[in-house]
Design a protein around this ligand. Structure first.
Ligand SMILES: [Cu+2]
Length: 139
């Protein structure tokens, strides 16, 4: 078998796996109750969230305005990358399958801000349309 043929088979196999993961993944269920992020002694609000197909857990979080929020995002998906986006706060981070990312932002204005993942594997609906969204409640 030639090298290029091996590569082609690998790519086809990977695509089939990815497609299967996209089709078979089930919704993680209804969102839980809002979670109030604790404020550390250093004034930082630290939270962890799981990214699954297709949900954030927790999906509803409450933070205080004017204090930094440190978010540790952990993906538990096998193949599919996800985004963690909060448009109003200019937050956009991609988390690869099985990876962890840490980001910090400071919300300055109270309000309810949507959190969502805009990934999409054509022709399927976007992850947000499949339920991968949440809310950041800034008080
Ligand atoms: Cu996603």
């Amino acid at each position: 078998m030639t090298h290029s043929r091996s590569l082609l088979l690998f790519l086809v196999g990977w695509s089939v796996l990815w497609l299967t993961a996209e089709v078979l993944a089930v919704d993680a269920g209804p969102p839980g109750s809002p979670w109030r992020v604790p404020i550390g002694p250093d004034g930082v609000q630290r939270m962890s969230a799981i990214l699954d197909s297709y949900a954030f857990r927790p999906s509803q979080v409450i933070v205080e305005a004017g204090k930094p929020v440190e978010v540790t995002l952990t993906s538990i998906t096998m193949l599919t990358p996800h985004n963690f986006i909060i448009d109003a706060l200019a937050v956009q981070t991609e988390v690869g399958a099985g990876k962890t990312a840490v980001l910090t932002f400071t919300p300055t204005q109270p309000g309810m801000f949507p959190i969502y993942c805009d990934k999409r594997l054509w022709p399927f609906p976007s992850h947000r349309e499949k339920g991968m969204e949440g809310t950041l409640d800034v008080e």
